[in-house]
Design a protein. Structure first.
Length: 180
């Protein structure tokens, strides 16, 4: 019986260790794949917040035809977004060619920081798009620079102070819900 327990503990321990190794491999692979997609975006297609602000003003005034793709989740988008942005969840980027059929269309991808934007932009370059930009710093950079955001409930507003680690506590928190 003692032998059985020792063997059982050894097997459980081995499985636990191997799962930790696999988790590290998964994280390393995610970083590797992210770098691969990031490398698909030409360096001159990464746009600073200052340059994007001028481009954004041209888009809103009708002087420039371009798409602003907000790649965040639905709750993130509904909380606030840049005026004039189209919303496409990063996990649904495969639907973009159905909506934007011109491979030469001017597209600006942004998310909270820019991590998901590089995935989306990289996929778009793989699909054959030729003029896809990533907004450096994403929406965090946009609001930290004092630029306005919008939502359908509050209208246009400026975030007074960004807190990276802010956690909303309490009974009523927004949770993402997928009905499918």
């Amino acid at each position: 019986m003692k032998k059985f327990i020792i063997i059982l503990l050894a097997v459980v321990f081995s499985l636990g260790i191997s799962n930790c190794v696999w988790a590290e491999d998964l994280q390393a692979n995610e970083k590797k794949i992210h770098e691969e997609f990031k490398s698909l975006v030409p360096k001159d297609k990464v746009v600073s917040i200052e340059d994007f602000k001028a481009i954004h003003e041209e888009i809103l005034s009708g002087k420039r035809k371009a798409y602003i793709l907000d790649c965040r989740t639905h709750p993130e988008f509904y909380a606030f977004h840049i005026e004039g942005a189209d919303h496409i969840h990063a996990g649904h980027m495969y639907t973009i060619p159905r909506k934007i059929k011109d491979p030469n269309a001017e597209i600006y991808a942004l998310c909270r920081t820019q991590h998901r934007s590089f995935y989306v932009a990289g996929f778009l370059y793989k699909y054959g798009y030729k003029n896809v930009h990533v907004v450096d710093g994403g929406l965090v950079g946009w609001v930290k620079a004092g630029n306005p955001v919008v939502n359908k409930y509050a209208g246009k507003f400026v975030v007074m102070e960004y807190h990276k680690n802010f956690k909303e506590e309490g009974k009523y928190r927004i949770r993402e819900f997928h009905p499918y």
